[in-house]
Write a protein that binds this ligand. Sequence first.
Ligand code: FE2
Length: 465
Amino acid sequence: MKRKTIVISLIVFCILLISSYVGMKEFEKHVNNSDGAYSEYNYSGTNSDNYISISVEKKESWPKELPDDFVLDSHLDENGFSRINEAGIRECNGRTIEVTLQNISEYRINKWDIVYEVPCDMYFDKAWNGTVEISQFGGKNKDTISTKDMPISDTELEYVQVDELYLIPLKKGDKIIYHPVDFEYPLIESQAADSESSKTVGLITYTEDDSFELNKFKVRYYVVKSLEEYALYSILSFAFMFFGILSLACTINLFVSVRYERMHKHDMEIISQAIGTFSKFIDSKDKYTNNHSYRVAGYSRLIAKKLNLHENECEDIYYIGLLHDTGKVVIDDKILNKPGRLTSQEYEVIKSHTTKGADLLKDFTAIKNIATGALYHHERYDGKGYPSGLVGEEIPLVARIICVADAYDAMSSNRCYRAELDKETIIDQLVSNKGKQFDPHIVDIFLKCIENGEVDSVRRSCIES
Ligand SMILES: [Fe+2]
């Protein structure tokens, strides 16, 4: 996969990852907003709603003897809290009220509290665990106290002491709000294995009023719904995970790809420089053909590109062009550089550079067709070439390409037997040999490249390099 594709994929996956994360967070907010507000449940009888049920019970009643010096608070009606018993002793009734909450839902309930509206004048003694927020005498005094803090000190509330008890006088309509300790006892959903779905809270009060009302309780609670139960949230979570994994995979791929590219580039440099160096050995055999192999390679690659061959094939053809005259390294320099006319025997030696080159390159298999280029680049389209006399498209494409490129460079360079030809002559030669020496289609392509200056551009780049 190309590095650019990986980078684009990574960016897309990151955007999707962030989007799904934001979606999840927005969804959480939505759920918390819809379910996070306190719900209220007013107790009456044994009612229950979808989340919680409450039962209230008057548990115990026992008389509390009041000491002789006990003075009731001036705010309260003395008769409402005490009576003279049969033995003539002043006493008041103690009463425990137990409120039991049961979570009957499949959700967790947190932050619950109980609001108790005082039904008649009474003394409040304590509650079990937790803290109580008390509004006394119609809101005149307010304070939150913990039953652990008894005996009370430093409080806004008025209180009286009876023996070891510290009693807080309250009037009808006052409020006690019971909070469990630091909300550390959530009501677990009743279906949970470690279910602790119910809590009992006790309030101890003193009053002689037997018509104790039990319907003055209000429970406030906070339902925590499991986000996983919402299909959209599950989809967003899955998307978050999915795109997270894809982003991670892309990042790893990107690092591997960068590293691979670096190594590949280095390897290609080694190959390119090795082949380039070797082609210079070849060219050095003929003092008139300096950089001939580079130019043939450049022209061949240009033609391959115009034929819309794959990028890798174009690069291969470039290297095949560089080594097309490999066989010349084993040809006698005197014959190669002979200024005069070659004898037929010498010409046969020259011609053998094709087969000798192919033989030298036969084990060079990393670049496909490298020996083929060396072997057939002197074949002619009309079948009069060498070494095999192949005709037309029997000649491998790479060899037909190199044939045109090689001939063009030969005509446009000084040779030991003649000076370079002018452009018009070269073009005439190419045109007149279409279908004879050269593949006509390749000649047409190459002529266009000569016309638009691309051939000259390749030639200049060879000189500069
Ligand atoms: Fe050649």
